[in-house]
Design a protein around this ligand. Structure first.
Ligand code: FEO
Length: 165
């Protein structure tokens, strides 16, 4: 049985993961508005993975005999100054999520909740990958700068991504 402290912390995390999807769908819409359909495709795959992350917490609470309590979501930002500004905002958001995952892992230790600790290990690894992949895109866009040709090449490259979930 999940403890009430872990249940409410994971219910809160369902909100953060779902909001991640919401924010990234807002970026999908922004990239489409800029005719950057490849970047939109990359971010759509990212948003879909975030829904899978929310589902993992949902399932874990359920399987441990807990109760799901969905929280209200904030309205996400809709516009960014440039594609690189959107990816930088995504990285900043991922760093926030990493902090939340670390807090949950610490809580699992405090509560001696081994099942949650094991489940959260997947997320610890996932966050390393997520921060790394967004950081690489930012570096690529920084190298490209204002080159229209470079942006088109990057857009084509990023459009190859499909959701892993
Ligand atoms: Fe589910 Fe991108 O953190």
């Amino acid at each position: 049985m999940i403890t009430s402290k872990m249940q409410s912390a994971m219910n809160e995390q369902i909100k953060h993961e779902t909001f991640s999807a919401y924010l990234y769908f807002a970026m999908v819409a922004y990239f489409h508005s800029q005719n950057l359909d490849g970047m939109a495709q990359w971010m759509k795959a990212q948003a879909q993975e975030e829904l899978d992350h929310a589902q993992r917490f949902f399932n874990h609470i359920n399987e441990r005999g807990g109760r799901i309590e969905l929280q209200p979501l904030d309205k996400p930002q809709a516009e960014w100054a440039s594609p690189i500004a959107a990816f930088k905002a995504a990285l900043q958001h991922e760093k926030f999520i990493t902090g939340r995952i670390n807090d949950l892992a610490n809580l699992a230790d405090e509560e001696n909740d081994r099942a949650s600790g094991i489940m959260l290990q997947w997320f610890v690894t996932e966050q390393v990958e997520e921060e790394d992949s967004v950081s690489r895109i930012i570096s690529m866009l920084e190298r490209i700068g204002d080159s229209g040709h470079g942006i088109l090449m990057a857009d084509r490259e990023l459009g190859r991504r499909v959701a892993e979930a």
